[in-house]
Design a protein around this ligand. Structure first.
Ligand code: PRP
Ligand code: URA
Length: 209
């Protein structure tokens, strides 16, 4: 079974509380969501493989460490996933970006895919799929299906708030995909919202209704 990790760093928890607050407006919500994504990626990338290379400092030759292994790509699930991309790019500015458009039918809660545009070499990259909310898990599961169908084989899912049902759904369908969240919230409401959650992430990020 895949790993599920809650990143409980105090800065992440403090900032998450700020965006949960319904009085936090669009401008602050946007910047803080990106700050949380940046902190999360800092924690998640602790285990990236390294290799030694020879360089020359002003003092002479020396063996030093650099990142080894696969290159990275960030895959936001549209729309709300866009709200985490800039934060990831702060730390990994050379990452390629792929987009997967997905919306949830408000009545059935079923996800619908409407757009997929990915880097050509996703089979050779380590992919960070980002979306603020993992509710029923339907959207993330379908996004991961779309990536695997196109050759992806190294995927991590990074969300701000997860529900127990969402985590279980991903672990069942994609046991190879590790999940990272800033919080595991207590429940899903009857209409598919995470409680206490932060409301509709897309609407809060983009100022829509
Ligand atoms: C939200 C959210 C996730 C999805 C989570 O997107 O950003 O993608 O719902 O719900 P699920 O786990 O039950 O599938 P939404 O469909 O509202 O689209 P948006 O990002 O365009 O607002
Ligand atoms: N999508 C959101 O934006 N918020 C939720 O609580 C659930 C799904």
């Amino acid at each position: 079974m895949s790993k599920f990790t809650v990143l409980d760093h105090p800065l992440i928890q403090h900032k998450l509380t700020m965006i949960r607050d319904k009085n936090t407006g669009t401008k602050d919500f946007r910047s803080i969501a990106n700050e949380i994504a940046e902190l999360m990626v800092y924690e998640i990338t602790r285990d990236l493989p390294m290799e030694s290379v020879e360089i020359e400092t002003p003092m002479g030759k020396s063996m030093q460490k650099v990142l080894a292994g696969k290159k990275l790509a960030v895959i936001p699930i549209l729309r709300a996933g866009l709200g985490m991309v800039d934060g990831v790019l702060e730390l990994i500015p050379a990452a390629k970006i792929g987009h997967i458009g997905m919306y949830r039918d408000e009545k059935t809660l079923q996800p619908h895919e409407y757009f997929v545009k990915l880097p050509a070499d996703i089979d050779k990259r380590e992919l960070f799929v980002v979306d603020p909310m993992l509710a029923t898990g339907g959207s993330a599961n379908m996004a991961i299906d779309a990536l695997k169908k196109r050759g992806a084989n190294n995927i991590r899912l990074v969300v701000l708030v997860a529900s127990p049902q969402g985590v279980e759904a991903i672990q069942e369908e994609h046991p190879d995909v590790d999940i990272y969240a800033a919080s595991l919230d207590t429940e899903l409401t009857d209409n598919g919202y995470i409680f206490p959650g932060l409301g509709d992430a897309g609407d809060r990020l983009f100022g829509t209704k």
